[in-house]
Design a protein around this ligand. Structure first.
Ligand SMILES: [Mn+2]
Length: 400
């Protein structure tokens, strides 16, 4: 049997998106969050006397690692060395392999080289084979499979890979693979990294992304952590350990029933998350058609300020406000307004026409550099915003 911690995507020197005007204490906590998360994981490793630790890439956020981050990492590794815990790590697309060693790591740390390697970890009653390779450069688009040839020897076989399941299109194709390829390899555990959300792609054999250890921005929602893995030749047990002390969340607030601001505040308060074991940074998304829609759009800054005044506490910050609201259908009786709403609804049903119009925009050289397309959700946002702007303009004309 082997007991180990599998973590990935530490992104130690990544700055966290900081909301405006927060206390100095909280600002410091956010700046330290990734470091604190990794320190928690290493303490868990010591307290639980694990056999070893695996880190599946992106230890650092920047290719040019900061000395501060490297020094911090070294100290954590020393903490593990004192407890007799070995560490097996690969470098990923953010922190490709380098020979430059400004900070020397202790002997318990084993970094897989770019050409790949098989390392053996001897336990009293089990032999563990670890396979892996580090990215030589920021981009690695070839299949990683040739790097993982299982040895025909008795033991536990663990593959450490920073890469992406090929159907997950939202990301660049880094070291792409299919789950079937991993299954066919004969390995007992695939310790993956790169996707920042915890995912178990297969149970037998276990194919696991632990996710990043601390969310860095509002899209990385939820509790982040590492996997504590207990593994024998018969079965693999996974237990998730929380490491993030700062958690990003999103709360969706419908505005249909809010006649007054009092209703809106009441409704928002009901839907805010309960904080537990972490500081919660909440982005509020208001949705639906309602009477407060026009006011909210015209006074978005004031609304955000008001919500923060009302709800911000030590452990909860209303980090951002997003408006996905629409004009109530009955508010305007003009034919023009009706047309605008009808056309918006049609375009939402089938956004291919809009996508076509936007295509010429995407072909513009200075736009192409920053943007390579729109997701369905973004198209809907654009449509909602356009509808709001037009209806507000019609309303203003009518009241002149
Ligand atoms: Mn990453």
């Amino acid at each position: 049997m082997a007991v180990f911690i599998h973590c990935a995507d530490l992104h130690l020197d990544r700055g966290i998106q900081t909301p405006a005007s927060i206390s100095r204490d909280l600002e410091n906590k956010l700046a330290r969050a990734a470091y604190d998360a990794f320190s928690t994981i290493c303490s868990e490793a010591v307290n639980r006397s694990v056999d070893f630790m695996i880190i599946s890439g992106d230890l650092y956020h920047h290719e040019e690692r900061s000395v501060h981050a490297q020094w911090f990492f070294k100290k954590q590794m020393e903490k593990l060395e004192k407890a007799g815990i070995h560490v097996y790590a690969v470098h990923g697309n953010h922190d490709p392999f380098t020979n430059e060693k400004a900070v020397r790591l202790p002997e318990n740390v084993h970094i897989f080289p770019p050409e790949g390697d098989v390392l053996i970890h001897e336990l009293p009653e089990e032999k563990v084979f670890l396979y892996g390779f580090s990215y030589p450069d920021k981009a690695y688009t070839a299949s990683p499979m040739p790097m993982y040839k299982k040895r025909e020897e008795e033991g536990l076989h663990i593959a450490v890979l920073h890469g992406q399941e090929s159907s997950q299109e939202a990301h660049e194709p880094y070291a792409p693979f299919t789950v079937q390829e991993l299954k066919n390899s004969g390995m007992d555990y695939w310790a993956l990294g790169h996707i920042h959300e915890h995912q178990v792609l297969s149970r037998n054999p276990a194919v696991v992304y632990p996710g990043c250890i601390q969310g860095g921005h509002r899209k990385e929602t939820g509790i982040k952590g590492a996997c504590l893995v207990t593994m024998s030749r018969e079965e693999t047990d996974l237990h998730f350990l929380q490491s993030s002390e700062v958690v990003w969340t999103k709360a969706e607030v419908p505005i249909e029933k809010a006649e007054t601001f009092n209703d809106l505040i009441l409704q928002t308060g009901r839907l805010l998350p309960v904080t537990e074991k972490a500081v919660v940074l909440c982005s509020l998304e208001f949705q639906g058609r309602g009477n407060l829609h026009s006011w909210m759009h015209k006074n978005k800054q004031e609304l955000h300020g008001l919500l923060r005044e009302e709800f911000d506490q030590d452990e909860l910050i209303v980090e951002s406000v997003k408006l996905k609201t629409m004009q109530p259908l009955t508010e305007s009786r003009s034919e023009l307004a009706e047309d605008i709403q009808k056309i918006t609804a049609e375009l939402k049903e089938d956004s291919s026409e809009l996508a076509e119009h936007l295509q010429s925009l995407l072909e513009h050289p200075s736009i192409r550099r920053h943007l390579n397309g729109f997701q369905q959700e973004e198209l809907e946002d654009i449509l909602n915003q356009a509808e709001t702007n037009l209806l507000l303009a019609v309303q203003e004309e009518e009241t002149k």
